[in-house]
Design a protein around this ligand. Structure first.
Ligand SMILES: [Zn+2]
Ligand SMILES: [Zn+2]
Length: 363
């Protein structure tokens, strides 16, 4: 039985952050893009991904702690992802911010990146989406060479090296050959089917399951749905999520914020009010002595974290409002209220006396 804690090099009580940090270090070290053709690194990479997938998820981790790897396999909900990753995984982007694999020294231009727009609540609760996109497929007529005779010629300018040396004063600089754009070959008899590019665009539809709790900027990976490489294998498709803002709710991580205006009289009375949450209406009690813009927490009404499965909170900001217009009857009521607090409704009253009175209420 594999010890996932040992694989990530953390102890059994490691926090989520410790696990994430350990995973990040190892994943960078063993990533296939940095270890091309290295089978051992590939195996190691798969192993640390599986370990991370389990230990970063509190439910899976608890099962693993109690029943070991067997316990995980017994769970039907886990069966699709255990042998080396669910088809779509947001783990990568969450950890690497989407930049990994596309950095300058590690460029993989076969990978295909698309953007998917989601509504605010689709990201919070998860959903299924069908996405249409275009990928590059190797041209069948010229076998991907771009040449009608399937025989590209060696570039005469760089003699097939793809790079040329330019002398500038005392220095010699090497740059990409502009004649063949670094390919080392040129095509004189362009294939009519692909116009000499070697690839044609194909349309494809893919069904994507958006996990609950994802946020703006997260990238999901879809194995082998990207561009077709020369060896006919498909690269990966990366789907970057762009989440629309909501006009009421503001999301910060797994917490939700909302601003609710209340009348000064409601604030004074400590009323109970109903406020919207992402799951429906909830009652809250306005605390007596409330300050303007004070936050009231509704526990567990936030977003479920896709990794830890812990649910965030909703914070209601209560903004105390005063009416712009009040009628005669309301003026009389307010004057009576004023007097009941010992404040005279007289324009010549010294403010100092009122100040002392008000201060005494807070003692
Ligand atoms: Zn050239
Ligand atoms: Zn062609």
């Amino acid at each position: 039985m594999r010890d996932f804690y040992k694989i990530l090099g953390v102890n059994k009580n490691a926090s989520y952050d410790e696990i994430k940090s350990a995973y990040r270090k190892l994943a960078l070290k063993y990533h296939p893009d940095r270890n091309q053709g290295n089978k051992d690194a590939e195996e190691k990479f798969k192993e640390i991904n599986v370990a991370y997938e389990v230990l970063s998820d509190s439910e899976k981790r608890a099962k693993y702690d109690r029943f070991g790897e067997e316990g995980l396999n017994a769970n039907s909900g886990f069966s699709n992802g255990f042998s080396g990753f669910a088809n779509f995984s947001d783990i990568f982007n969450d950890i690497f911010g989407g930049g990994f694999g596309a950095s300058e020294d590690d460029e993989i231009d076969d990978d295909l990146f698309i953007t998917l727009d989601l509504d605010f609540k689709e990201a919070i609760f998860g959903c299924k989406k069908q996405v249409s996109y275009t990928y590059k497929s190797s041209c069948e007529k010229c076998a991907g060479t771009g040449s009608a005779s399937k025989k590209p010629e060696t570039c005469p300018k760089c003699k097939g090296r793809g790079k040329i040396a330019i002398r500038q004063g005392f220095f010699q600089m090497v740059s990409t050959c502009d004649s063949c754009k670094g390919k080392g070959t040129i095509i004189k008899d362009k294939c009519s089917n692909c116009n000499g590019t070697g690839s044609i665009n194909k349309n494809e539809k893919v069904d994507i399951t958006i996990p609950e709790g994802v946020d703006n900027g997260v990238t999901l990976r879809c194995n082998s749905k990207g561009n077709e490489r020369d060896n006919k294998q498909r690269s990966d498709l990366y789907v970057k999520l762009r989440v629309r803002k909501d006009d009421k709710f503001i999301r910060k991580g797994n917490d939700i914020y909302i601003d609710i205006p209340i009348l000064f009289t409601q604030a004074a009375l400590g009323s109970t009010i109903k406020v919207p949450t992402i799951r429906g209406w909830k009652e809250i009690k306005i605390p007596l002595g409330l300050s303007d813009k004070e936050l009231v927490k509704i526990k567990g009404e936030g977003v479920k974290d896709p990794h830890t499965r812990q649910i965030g909170n909703q914070y209601v900001q209560l903004s105390i409002k005063y009416p712009n217009h009040i009628n005669d009857e309301q003026i009389e009521l307010l004057k009576k209220l004023n007097e009941s607090f010992g404040i005279k409704n007289d324009s010549n009253v010294e403010q100092q006396g009122i100040f002392d009175t008000i201060k005494s209420w807070f003692k």
